[in-house]
Design a binder for this molecule. Structure first.
Ligand SMILES: Cc1ncc(COP(=O)(O)O)c(C=O)c1O
Length: 458
C-alpha cells in the first residue's frame, strides 16, 4: 500500500482559537463597517486574510531570536543574514527593511520618477501604490490565460512578452526604469512564472537596456512549481532553481513575511554596488542604518534561518499540499476557483458563488462577509475594491476576475480547519438564491482604499 502524505513537521506550541455565534458575528461585522480588516482577531475563528507574517516559526528560528545581536552597527545577525542572502539568492549587496513595501519605498526612491512607466506581470497593490504615488504608471503585461479561471496553464504568472516588448518599444529606457517580475504572481492567483519566461524577460531587458527587479515574496513556492511543472527541472533542487531564477534579476525586493516564514521583515537584494550606495541613503532615512534597516538583530537571525527552511523541498511540499487539499474540497462541492491551485491561497470565483450580486456592489467582498457570518472564516477581497479607482478618471476599475482569496498561513492550520472552510463556503453557495444585494461605500481613502474602506448594506 502506498503510504499517505503527512506533514514534514510536528507541533510544539499551540494557540487557542475562539469560536463565536452567528449573532455575535453579525454585530461585529456591522461594527467593522463590513470591512474584514477592521475585525479584531479574536472575532475570527479561522483567519485566511493573509499568509503574510502569519506563519509559525520553527524551534530553530525561535532559538535564533535568543542569539540575536542587537548592536546598532555591524551586528553578527546582519552578517548572518547577508551570508544567507548571498548563499541562497546570489545577491552580493543587501539592505534590511522592516517589510516588503518598505523595500519598494527605498528602491523606488532611487529608480522611479514622475512620468516613468513600469511594466510587470501583475503588480501587487503596494508595488502599484508606490509607483502611482510617484506619479509613474504601472502596466500589467499579464498573459491572457491568467484571466481564464478554468485554464490549467501551468505558469499563469508569466509575462506576455509581446505586450512587454510593446511597452519597451513605445516608451524606451528613458521612461522605463525597470521591469518587475512578481514571483509567484499574487494578483493572478499565486501563480508561478516559468524559468523560460524569466529568460525571455531578461533578453528583452538587455535588448532595451532596462533593469529587471523581482518582487520575491513567494520565490520559493515559485521554485517548487518550476520543479514540478517545467520540463528539465524535475531533478534540480529547489536551491538550484532559486539560484537560476535570480541569475536573471538585477535586484529584488522581498517581503520576508511570506517565504522566509517570519512575522516581520523585508530586504532589498542588489548586484550593483552603485545602486546599493544610492539605496543606502534612502534606507538610512526611511528605515534605519544599513546594518539593521528597521529590523532587530534577533529578527534578522530568524529570517536567515527561515530562508534555509523555506527553500527545503519537504517543507514546500507540505505547504502547497495543504492549499491543494482545500482546492480539492471546493472542487468536490462544485465551487470554482483560479486553476491550477496556486502556492499560497485559493482564489474563489465570487461571480460563480454569488451570481446575483451586481458588480458595483462588490460581489467578492460580499462573499467574504457571508463566509465570515457562516463560520467565522476571514478571507480577503481581490476584486473591485482592491482594484481601486483609476488615478486619472477616478472611476472604479473593474478587474477581469472578482475573487475571494483564502490565504493559508504557513505551518499554522490543520486540514480539519480546511474542511470547515470548504463546508462553510459550500453552505453560502447553496443559499446564493437568497443573496441579491451587496454593499456600497460610505468612505474610502484616495489610494489603497481596501484596507480602510467603510461600507454599508446596499
Ligand atoms: C507580491 C507581494 N509584494 C509585496 C508585498 C508587500 O509586502 P509587505 O506586506 O511585507 O509590505 C506583498 C504583501 O502581501 C506581496 O504579496
Amino acid at each position: 500500500m502506498e503510504l499517505p502524505f503527512a506533514e514534514s513537521y510536528k507541533i510544539k506550541v499551540v494557540e487557542t482559537l475562539k469560536k463565536s455565534t452567528r449573532q455575535e458575528r453579525e454585530k461585529w461585522i456591522e461594527e467593522a463597517r463590513y470591512n474584514l480588516f477592521n475585525l479584531k482577531s479574536d472575532q475570527v475563528f479561522i483567519d485566511l486574510l493573509t499568509d503574510s507574517g502569519t506563519g509559525a516559526m520553527s524551534d530553530e528560528q525561535w532559538a535564533g531570536l535568543m542569539r540575536g545581536d542587537e548592536s546598532y552597527a555591524g551586528a553578527s545577525s546582519y552578517y548572518k543574514l547577508k551570508a544567507a542572502i548571498r548563499d541562497i539568492l546570489g545577491f552580493g549587496y543587501f539592505l534590511p527593511t522592516h517589510q516588503g513595501r518598505a523595500a519598494e519605498n527605498v528602491l523606488f526612491s532611487v529608480m522611479v520618477k514622475e512620468g516613468h512607466v513600469v511594466p510587470g506581470n501583475a503588480h501587487f497593490d503596494t508595488t502599484k501604490g508606490h509607483i502611482e504615488f510617484r506619479k509613474a504608471k504601472a502596466i500589467d503585461c499579464t498573459i491572457d490565460e491568467a484571466y481564464e479561471i478554468e485554464n490549467e496553464h501551468p505558469f499563469k504568472g508569466n509575462l506576455d512578452l509581446e505586450k512587454l516588448e510593446d511597452v519597451l518599444k513605445k516608451y524606451g529606457p528613458e521612461k522605463v526604469p525597470m521591469i518587475i517580475v512578481t514571483v509567484t504572481c499574487n494578483t493572478s492567483g499565486g501563480q508561478p512564472v516559468s524559468l523560460k519566461n524569466m529568460r525571455g524577460v531578461r533578453q528583452l531587458a538587455d535588448k532595451y537596456g532596462v533593469k529587471v527587479i523581482y518582487d520575491s515574496a513567494r520565490f520559493a513556492e515559485n521554485a517548487y512549481f518550476i520543479k514540478l511543472r517545467e520540463e528539465g527541472y524535475a531533478n534540480k533542487s529547489i536551491r538550484e532553481i532559486v539560484a537560476e531564477m535570480f541569475s536573471y534579476a538585477d535586484a529584488m525586493t522581498m517581503s520576508s513575511k511570506k517565504d522566509a516564514i517570519v512575522n516581520m521583515g523585508g530586504f532589498i537584494g542588489m548586484k550593483d554596488e552603485e545602486l546599493f550606495k544610492q539605496a543606502s541613503t534612502f534606507n538610512i532615512m526611511f528605515e534605519g542604518f544599513i546594518t539593521y534597516g528597521g529590523m532587530s538583530g534577533r529578527d534578522m537571525n530568524a529570517l536567515a534561518q527561515g530562508l534555509y527552511e523555506g527553500t527545503e523541498f519537504d517543507y514546500l511540499e507540505t505547504r502547497v499540499n495543504q492549499v491543494k487539499y482545500l482546492g480539492s474540497k471546493l472542487e468536490e462541492y462544485g465551487i470554482r476557483y483560479q486553476r491550477p491551485v496556486g502556492g499560497h491561497a485559493i482564489f474563489v470565483d465570487a461571480l460563480q458563488v454569488l451570481p446575483h450580486v451586481p458588480r458595483e456592489q462588490f460581489p467578492a467582498q460580499t462573499l467574504g462577509i457571508e463566509l465570515y457570518l457562516e463560520a467565522g472564516v476571514r478571507g480577503v477581497e481581490i476584486g473591485t475594491l482592491l482594484a481601486d479607482r483609476d488615478p486619472e478618471t477616478r472611476e472604479n476599475r473593474y478587474p477581469e476576475l472578482e475573487l475571494l482569496r483564502l490565504t493559508i498561513p504557513r505551518r499554522v492550520y490543520t486540514n480539519n480547519h480546511m474542511d470547515v472552510v470548504a463546508a462553510a463556503l459550500r453552505n453560502v453557495y447553496e443559499k446564493n438564491n437568497e443573496i441579491h444585494k451587496g454593499y456600497k461605500i460610505i468612505s474610502e481613502a484616495p489610494i489603497m482604499r481596501h484596507f480602510t474602506v467603510e461600507l454599508e448594506k446596499a
